[in-house]
Design a protein around this ligand. Structure first.
Ligand SMILES: Nc1ncnc2c1ncn2[C@@H]1O[C@H](COP(=O)(O)OP(=O)(O)O)[C@@H](O)[C@H]1O
Ligand SMILES: [Mg+2]
Length: 367
């Protein structure tokens, strides 16, 4: 068990800066998820914690000790990758035992650790199988087993579930959550999948282009995104974004107009002045579809483009004159059909507003 601290950590490959002065403290036993699009620098940051990549600047501390220039083996970490890289000619037991044998642990100690890992990962019935006789999920559990037997202070995961099909991913996500609960070890987990981030993390670190955009508990990023990047990245389907401007501002309250509909008006407290460009955000579950006459100031005329019926939920995609299609999530089912003219109502209590630089300046959850 250990804390992990990154102090002004940066990384360049040649002239290209890929990590920009990252400061982050991860608590003992915490489960932290680095999330961001492909190429945002997640793996590079994790590999600098592991010691597989040298920092270009800054310090890395594990358990209070400066390991910036320590070898990976000296850091007390164990890493699990997307590719399981099991030895095909060895059975499960020997795969898990391999590193312990290299490190010359006693036969009894190896046996004890392998059996304990097998118990935790529910692999006991598979110990004599070869990797070829295992499913993808079981192979990944063996790879995690190899990490567990080393008793690391910190577990590092780099997209460990990306090779698995959707159903297995859900199952393994629950396994990893259970693993963390059982071991209580500090874990850093990299993924591009915001659902994995939301479901696993104590705290999410949202990365874009080598910059930390926001750090916080999942629902804080969901309810109070700092900026357009986090607002668009966290939440599925994505938050709807509508270009707008400040019509008037007085006493800390601004009245906004939307480019999509000259008549719409939204009044919210925010620091802004008349003429400012803004982006209004509203999540798919916070848009109402109203048939019939306009439902107040924030109702926009729209046309149904397509309808996706999942049974328990229906996604309705509408053209409301905005650059992007508007997504609405309806609980249960609806009789709406493509081509139908409707009104959409944006719930004023669930709107977000971002300034021209993308910074959040108003949100229902953070007035
Ligand atoms: N060894 C390397 N040499 C040069 N550029 C690299 C190297 N490794 C990663 N990069 C670049 O650094 C950026 C971040 O990569 P990476 O950390 O792998 O992103 P992620 O894991 O978020 O997809 C990317 O632009 C990638 O092309
Ligand atoms: Mg990566």
């Amino acid at each position: 068990m250990a804390t992990v601290e990154l102090k002004n950590v940066s990384k360049s490959f040649g002239p290209v800066r890929v990590i920009e002065s990252v400061n982050l403290t991860i608590g003992d036993g915490e489960f932290v998820v680095f999330v961001g699009a492909s190429g945002s620098g997640k793996s590079t940051l994790l590999r600098m914690v592991a010691g597989l990549e040298q920092v270009s600047g800054g310090d890395v501390l594990i358990d209070g000790k400066d390991v910036t220039f320590a070898e990976p083996a000296e850091r007390g970490i164990a890493m699990v990758f997307q590719s399981y890289a099991l030895y095909p000619h060895m059975n499960v037991y020997d795969n898990i035992a391999f590193n312990l044998r290299l490190a010359r642990f006693s036969r009894d100690e190896i046996d004890k650790r392998v059996k304990e890992a097998a118990r935790i990962l529910r692999l006991h019935d598979l110990l004599s199988r070869s990797p070829a006789q295992l499913s993808g999920g079981q192979r990944q559990r063996v790879a995690i087993g190899r990490a567990i037997v080393r008793n690391p202070k910190v577990f590092l995961f780099d997209e460990p579930l990306s090779n698995l099909d959707a159903a297995l991913r859900v199952q393994m996500r629950l396994e990893i959550e259970r693993l963390h609960r059982e071991l209580g070890t500090t874990m850093i987990y990299v993924t591009h999948d915001q659902v994995e981030a939301m479901t696993l993390a104590d705290r999410i670190v949202a990365l874009d282009n080598g910059h930390i955009q926001q750090v916080g508990p999942p629902l804080e990023l969901y309810s109070r995104p700092n900026n357009l990047f986090v607002a668009g990245f966290i939440g599925s389907p994505k938050m709807n974004l509508l270009p707008g401007h400040v019509v008037s501002a007085e006493g800390g309250v601004a009245t906004l107009g939307l480019e999509a509909d000259a008549g719409a008006r939204i009044a919210l407290p925010m620091p802004a002045k008349a003429g400012d460009k803004v982006t209004v955000g509203v999540r798919p579950e916070a848009v109402e579809i109203v048939s019939g006459p306009a439902a107040g100031d924030t109702a926009l005329p729209a046309k149904v483009e397509s309808v996706e019926r999942l049974g328990n939920i229906t996604f309705v995609y509408l053209d409301a004159g905005a650059p992007d299609v508007i997504t609405v999530q309806v609980i249960g089912q609806t009789a709406l059909t493509p081509g139908q003219a409707v009104q959409i109502g944006l719930r004023p209590s669930q709107l977000y507003v971002f300034d021209a630089a993308g910074k959040a300046i108003a949100s229902a959850a953070n007035p």
